[in-house]
Design a protein around this ligand. Sequence first.
Ligand SMILES: NC(=O)c1ccc[n+]([C@@H]2O[C@H](COP(=O)([O-])OP(=O)(O)OC[C@H]3O[C@@H](n4cnc5c(N)ncnc54)[C@H](O)[C@@H]3O)[C@@H](O)[C@H]2O)c1
Length: 196
Amino acid sequence: MGRLSGKVAIITGASQGMGEAHAKAFVAEGASVILTDVNAVAGEALAEALGSQAMFVKHDVASEADWAEVVAAGEARFGRVTVLVNNAGIIGTIAKTADLSAADFAHVCAVNQTGVFLGMRAVLPSMVASGGGSIVNISSTSGMIANVGTPNLAYAGSKFAVRGMTKQVAVEYGDQNIRANSVHPGYVKTPMMVAA
Ligand SMILES: NC(=O)c1ccc[n+]([C@@H]2O[C@H](COP(=O)([O-])OP(=O)(O)OC[C@H]3O[C@@H](n4cnc5c(N)ncnc54)[C@H](O)[C@@H]3O)[C@@H](O)[C@H]2O)c1
């Protein structure tokens, strides 16, 4: 029996990189996994390769309507969602602050920050009804300290925000047996970093 047997997990940004690795590890440990991503081709192929414990839903984490569909589709197939891994993220344009457009800033914040808020809000009712759950939000070392190598101010700000929002949810829902943790990786060689 795996360490995650009986768990139903949503993992965002699961078509490649760290999200793909999370999805593979969760299935190997016995979880049922709803993989989501804007990249449907790779996501569908991965879910198929992972077998009956996995399904894919095309999903933009910045879309409120998409979140409702992901939770509904996942729960129709596997039952109540008890784990959420908010992994999807983008770096945006590599630029110093004076050269960063307002549109770039807004786009990075929509995916990295609003997406994490929308995800937590979408699954909390299921977790409360289930008697507990676990939220894992992927931030960055850029959400802990200033790094010369951080792509831009929007990335740094959004990753600090993920850390703060995680702490807020942890204190709001801890007494309902819901854990919220942020993870702060350093450099990991994924398609994101190879492209940068
Ligand atoms: N790779 C690193 O060095 C590193 C370091 C620290 C933190 N992180 C964080 O880890 C997470 C995963 O990064 P990665 O390196 O695996 O990146 P990646 O680019 O390889 O994978 C990210 C995935 O998210 C998907 N995605 C992008 N925008 C989306 C959206 N709006 N809705 C749904 N899916 C979307 C992409 O299609 C892609 O499949 C990100 O939050 C990133 O900021 C990465």
